[in-house]
Design a binder for this molecule. Structure first.
Ligand code: 1PR
Length: 524
């Protein structure tokens, strides 16, 4: 039996699922007495430091948690569950931490993108049972903007490099705490959880940790999901967003089963897009919630869900906020939500009024769940112009001239799955969303979608250069070399594909095989 400290934010479901998958029985902590009684405790922190500490105090968890930690019973802190152990955090300078360890949590000030999102390695500083059966080249999933700076070197278990070397896990006695998420780190993460649970395992130092760890480029499998004409939820795939073939919605498989298959083949993340979410209210019928719940039971890499995340009023007049919709998704196993149409409308309003309200879906969700949890899915389409000054939008000189020989184009944002073009360009959208609190850009391209002709490198470079948050290149992958191309000719952090994976033309492991020794990737 293991107890999980659920203070109400983020994706506790993933941690429960991961622990259950390695054979553990899980109990949720609901009171201070539960903490006092716990024999083993996992504290998965998600969200922001200040709100986490406030909730710990409000729920009267802080004092029993502190005494639990002083009792040397087994403890595993994850992410904010690591930060909580220190004295303070730059994320909320006026809010003290638990102060179990001397030191503080600092924000990355580096030339690289922040948050640090993705799979990175670890360098062991001492022996531990957590490393049992590890070779040293395993990668783990990180997603954070802050890192801990302990005063005592003796507690450092691992460090990782991102801009500079930082402490990625600490240990003292039976306390372990990791910056990375073992529950989202595939087989290596599950193995680490098993090692934590089994106190009899031998302490080792992995044979060969890297001298410098490197963040891997991520390969993401995307599942566009919708109901077909018979009402079944299926994975479909469009050609330039048209998902119908001879009048019927193309059916490429079942969402939960395909997600499981892609996880086994080495997908670094799975994204579900409910492509008719703009017209259906996601909390009315719950199929996507069920898809997430089932998927997160056996897929231990990050899950993103998009489609229909916006404020909504139902027929009875009841108002649902985008935050409520997102919260339901997080509770069901999502790590990130992606916002498409609503982001366009929000940015249009911000540009029109010159200010943000603080109430938009992007702002509200990122405030509660952290920037890293908010992905903006952009569905742009090329619009050719004769000269750059013909429009007020961000134009590029293109190497792919338009139908009338035009040398310039801009990327028009669309809403409702490409059905409606707006007077807003993708670069402006991405920049404004970053300012509002988005943590990542999922950059689709309607012209390239389903064409197998490669990613739109010009689009990726234009958006990549404009923002400091990670960019996922999407649309057009037709072979493994296209992934190599997008990773070497742009600075995209991740590449997403759908059709080639669904049609088994190029499985994910074949993409990784091709990239091996050319581009930093995660091996499974
Ligand atoms: O607007 O917040 O409700 O979100 C709706 C979401 O659904 C958006 O993220 C939007 O991108 C997506 N979407 C809507 N309609 C479609 C469609 O295809 N008819 N799919 C759609 C978007 C694009 C990618 C695709 C890549 C890779 N699909 O997700 O997977 O282009 O494809 P490829 O590798 O086969 O080229 P909201």
């Amino acid at each position: 039996m293991i107890s999980i400290l659920d203070y109400g934010a983020g994706n506790v479901r993933s941690v429960i699922n991961a622990l259950e998958s390695v054979g553990e029985t899980v109990q949720l902590i609901t009171s201070g007495e539960d903490i006092e009684r716990a024999e083993r405790l996992v504290f998965p922190g998600v969200g922001s430091f200040g709100s986490m500490m406030n909730i710990l105090h409000e729920k009267q968890f802080a004092a029993p948690l502190t005494s639990y930690l002083h009792s040397n019973r087994p403890f595993l802190g994850i992410c904010l569950g690591l930060h909580a152990l220190f004295e303070s955090s730059e994320e909320a300078p006026d809010v003290p931490g638990l102060g179990i360890f001397k030191g503080k949590t600092k924000r990355f000030e580096i030339d690289l993108n922040v948050p640090h999102i993705g799979w990175n390695g670890i360098k062991a500083h001492k022996s531990s049972r957590l490393f049992n059966s590890f070779g040293g080249d395993e990668k783990f999933y990180f997603v954070h903007s802050y890192y801990v700076q302990p005063e005592a070197d003796q507690i450092v278990l691992t460090t990782t490099d991102y801009g500079h070397e930082f402490v990625s896990s600490v240990t003292e006695g039976n306390i372990f705490a990791t910056q990375f998420h073992p529950e989202k780190s595939g087989k290596a993460g599950l193995k680490m959880l098993e090692n934590f649970l089994d106190q009899s395992r031998e302490e080792i130092v992995p044979a060969s940790c890297p001298q410098t760890t490197k963040l891997a480029k991520r390969i993401i499998a995307c599942l566009d999901v919708r109901g077909n004409d018979q009402g079944d939820l299926i994975v479909t795939k469009g050609d330039q967003y048209d998902v119908r073939e001879e009048g019927s919605v193309r059916n490429l498989g079942k969402p939960v089963q395909l997600a499981g298959q892609y996880y086994q083949e080495g997908a670094d993340e799975i994204t579900f897009l409910n492509i008719t979410g703009f017209r259906d209210f996601p909390l009315k019928d719950m199929p996507m919630i069920e898809v997430l719940q089932k998927t997160s039971e056996h897929v231990f890499v990050p899950l993103t869900i998009g489609g229909g995340i916006r404020d909504y009023r139902d027929k009875t007049g009841r108002h649902y906020s985008a935050l409520e919709v997102a919260s339901e998704y997080f509770r069901s196993g999502a790590d990130k939500i992606s916002i498409g149409s609503d982001a366009v409308l929000i940015v249009e309003e911000v540009l029109k009024t010159g200010k943000s309200t603080g109430l938009s879906s992007i702002e509200q969700i990122s405030r509660v769940y952290g920037n890293q949890a908010v992905v903006i899915s952009i569905d742009p389409r090329r619009v050719y112009v004769k000269s750059a000054d013909q429009v007020s939008h961000h134009t590029i000189k293109t190497s792919i001239p338009g139908p009338n020989g035009e040398q310039y184009c801009w990327y028009q944002c669309t809403i409702k799955g490409g059905r409606e073009g707006r007077d807003l360009d993708a670069v402006q959208l991405a920049k404004t969303c970053e300012q509002l609190g988005a943590g990542e850009i999922l950059l689709n391209c309607i012209d390239k979608d389903g064409t197998n002709s490669g990613f739109d490198l010009e689009l990726v470079n234009a958006v990549r250069d404009a923002v400091g948050i990670p960019v996922i290149a999407s649309s057009g992958a037709g072979n493994a070399a296209h992934f190599h191309e997008v990773f070497t000719e742009t600075d995209a952090e991740a590449a997403l594909a759908a059709g080639i994976f669904h049609r088994r033309e190029v499985p994910i492991d074949a993409v990784k095989e091709f990239l091996r020794d050319k581009v930093e990737i995660r091996e499974i």
